[in-house]
Design a binder for this molecule. Structure first.
Ligand code: ATP
Length: 222
């Protein structure tokens, strides 16, 4: 069975919430106490009705002509996203991508803590990366049983991804952030979010190519 597919929340709205949060935190840093939908919409170049709808997902409603209390709104978004508490994650695959994620400090602002990291390469196991010891993949179930962990991050090559996902599932991990280009087969209780870096780049690349050919057709040199 595949991971759970249905999600009750509109995904584009969820994707916008972090940018609202960044803006709201900035306003709070400037000492402001209130904010309106219109201000958020103007800053982020969005439609204010859309902003109101997105924010309503968090359960908070603005007051006409007054707007939202900044502190309440920030708390509501953080709570909705689950960013008001720390989530420990186990990461498997300490190659270039894995290393970049482990070293990315901004995840702290999302409550994401990459607590333990794993690899199968004998030369890497036992060495340190950004202050964490690299464990053997086989140690994962025992370490998960000891410390409890909800999240798994997969940054291994495609051929190893399913095996790693199975070990994560057996370790009690409930959500997997999958950076490998593989559709994982997992019990439906496990949530999977696939990060398709190459597909994302394909969109930019194809659009640039189309723009270039349009330019050529129109007689422009760029
Ligand atoms: P490097 O050259 O340092 O290995 P890379 O990014 O080119 O980096 P990849 O081939 O993409 O490496 O592999 C990513 C990492 O996943 C490597 O550290 C590799 O040892 C590790 N790896 C491969 N198979 C597994 C597995 N089954 N479990 C955990 N880690 C694995």
């Amino acid at each position: 069975m595949r991971g759970i597919k249905k999600n009750p929340y509109p995904q584009p709205s969820i994707r916008r919430l972090p940018s609202y949060l960044r803006f709201l935190r900035r306003l709070r840093g400037e000492g402001l106490l209130k904010v309106s939908c219109t201000e958020i919409a103007r800053e982020l170049d969005l439609d204010s009705t859309q902003v109101r709808k997105d924010l309503a997902l968090t359960g908070i409603v603005g007051r006409p002509r007054i707007g939202y209390g900044l502190a309440d709104l920030i708390l509501a978004i953080e709570d909705f996203l689950g960013w008001d508490r720390t989530s420990d994650a186990f990461l498997a695959g300490v190659g270039n991508l894995g290393r970049a994620l482990i070293g990315y400090d901004n995840f702290r602002q999302c409550g994401l803590n990459i607590a333990k990291v794993f690899d199968t390469d004998g030369d890497k196991v036992g060495s340190m990366v950004f202050g964490r010891r690299i464990h053997r993949l086989g140690e994962m179930p025992a370490l998960a049983a000891k410390s409890g962990v909800g999240l798994g991050i997969i940054t291994v090559p495609a051929a190893a991804a399913q095996k790693v996902a199975d070990i994560m599932a057996a370790s009690g991990i409930k959500g997997i952030w999958n950076f490998s280009p593989v559709r994982l087969e997992l019990p439906s209780r496990i949530l999977v979010e696939n990060v398709e870096l190459v597909s994302s780049f394909a969109i930019l690349s194809a659009n640039m190519r189309r723009k270039r050919s349009r330019g050529v057709a129109a007689g422009h040199s760029t």
